[in-house]
Write a protein that binds this ligand. Structure first.
Ligand code: GLU
Length: 492
């Protein structure tokens, strides 16, 4: 089995195209087939090398692996359409010779006039077939004398044509509505419907999984296969990826491209997991799955034909679950660029063991709050600044927190680096003064953390009393400094 995905390098990879690539990948892997990456870059004005590099990088980041492609090579190359122009010309001329295609000299203005006329009469805008009747010898002479011409395919007019779609079942068409379409432009570049057939044939692709926007192209493609005496592949068309309002997922709904999700700190394995569930449900309601599990369970025939709504909240949930399965050191590694950009360090490599171990403790204490990797630097901010809440201080004042505060101030006056033993001694002292239970620990947590909830106090104190050895570009805010911050806040 040979499959392919065929992006055009005209922009960043939309998650809809990523899902198409993923379903091809899962189906190929599941069946021991080969996956091809083909670059459809015949739209010379909009295609760029940068986008090509970007899409290769982004698909790799997501975890899609292909066996053949412009970067990996293979026996069926070249894998860029722009490098296969001779082949398209050869096939188009074969169709010309066999009378299955013809030169068309109609100008864009003429075609536009025809189109408008048809529309005004309420007819489908299809090419009139005007140049079909030019004798081939005459057409050839005109082309040789330098007249501009496209090559059009003589589209058969079967009224009850159908094909069986792997995902959607039988789809019928009235081909008399289609008209003869262009396969080779006057500048020698192939039209999509033609290039894709030539490539899929010569690359021996036998299963095409792509977006539903190509359903109406499928009859044209099948007819080219038939005209050439080639066997068409099987086709399966995936539904669109929709935004929460039911329209195609676009920028106005939020992030849409792989590189945006990467930049927002999503794990590739979580995004891959989520994309696989857009239109397909793994058996037994399983939702958190590794790539290997997805390959094992995937079934293209169970993919839904109705539109799949992209649910950002669900993606967050999936991402969170995947983060929870990583060990904390790995989370820090993955979040490196975000920690760097928030000014914690310049690179993870430069951290000494003590600092790294402390960071692991810190991140571990907030692990359950992390939705995306971008949250890592935000969540550990509590150790670096006095992130107080007004409500907590109102509460502190109401509950007689001043007494606790002055006790703490006195007790820690001579101690610069408060150790965990100092904290224990203080607790004993406070108890002697009649402060215990909630009267003791809750005010203490507000004074040290600035907040009435969040990380548990004993974890927080454990982390803070180990912070003196930490060498980062940002300094943790010491317990001593926290007492002064609380005092400032309470006397406001
Ligand atoms: N380049 C086409 C696209 O991005 C590929 C369509 C196909 O798979 O045939 O939509």
């Amino acid at each position: 089995m040979r499959l392919r995905f065929a992006p055009s390098p005209t922009g960043y990879v939309h998650v809809g195209n990523a899902r198409t690539a993923l379903f091809n990948f899962l189906h190929a892997k599941k069946n021991g087939g080969k996956l091809i990456l083909r670059i459809e870059d015949t739209d010379v004005e909009r295609s760029t090398k940068e986008y090509e590099r970007g899409l290769i990088e982004d698909f790799k980041w997501l975890g899609i692996e292909w066996d053949e492609g412009p970067d990996t090579g293979g026996d069926y190359g070249p894998y860029r359409q722009s490098e296969r122009l001779e082949l398209y010309t050869k096939v188009a001329h074969k169709l010309l010779e066999e009378g299955k295609a013809y030169y068309c000299f109609c100008t864009p203005e003429e075609l536009e006039r025809e189109r408008k006329e048809a529309l005004s009469k309420g007819l489908p805008p299809k090419y009139s077939g005007k140049c079909r009747n030019i004798p081939p010898e005459e057409a050839k002479r005109r082309v040789e004398s330098g007249e501009k011409a496209v090559i059009r395919f003589k589209m058969p007019e079967d009224k009850d044509f159908y094909y069986d779609d792997i995902i959607r079942g039988r789809i019928s068409f009235d081909l008399s509505l289609f008209g003869d379409f262009v396969i080779l432009r006057s500048n020698g570049l192939p039209a999509y419907n033609f290039a894709v057939v030539v490539d899929d044939h010569y690359m021996e692709v036998d299963f095409v999984i792509r977006g539903e926007d190509h359903i109406s192209n499928t009859p044209k493609q099948i007819k080219i296969y038939e005209a050439m005496g080639w066997t068409p592949p099987k086709f399966g068309h995936l539904s669109m990826v929709l935004g929460p309002d039911g329209s195609p997922l676009s920028k106005r709904h939020g992030a849409t491209s792989l590189n945006q999700f990467k930049g927002m700190g999503y794990l590739p394995e979580a995004l891959l997991n989520y994309l696989a569930m857009l239109g397909w449900a793994p058996p037994e309601d399983r939702e958190i799955l590794s790539k290997e599990e997805l390959i094992e369970l995937f079934d293209i025939t169970k993919v839904s034909k109705s539109g799949a709504v992209f649910d950002y909240n669900k993606l967050n949930w999936v991402n969170r679950k995947h983060i929870a399965t990583l060990d904390t050191k790995e989370i820090i590694k993955r979040a490196e660029e975000f920690l760097v950009s928030e000014g914690y360090f310049d690179s993870l490599d430069e951290l000494d063991e003590k600092t790294l171990n402390w960071l692991i403790l810190a991140v571990d204490s907030v692990k359950t709050n992390i939705v995306t990797l971008k949250d890592v630097p935000m969540e550990i901010e509590i150790f670096f600044k006095y992130d107080y809440s007004e409500d907590a201080f109102d509460e502190l004042k109401r509950e007689g927190g001043e007494k606790m505060l002055s006790l703490m101030k006195d007790f820690f006056k001579e101690i610069d680096n408060i150790s965990i033993n100092d904290i224990y001694s203080f607790i004993n002292e406070a108890k002697k003064q009649g402060l215990k239970g909630k009267m003791l620990f809750h005010p203490m947590r507000i004074i040290f953390t600035g907040r009435g909830s969040g990380v548990e106090l004993d974890k927080f104190l454990d982390i803070m009393t180990k912070a003196d050895a930490v060498k980062l570009k940002k300094s943790p805010l010491s317990l001593k400094e926290r007492i002064s911050e609380a005092e400032k806040k309470i006397t406001e």
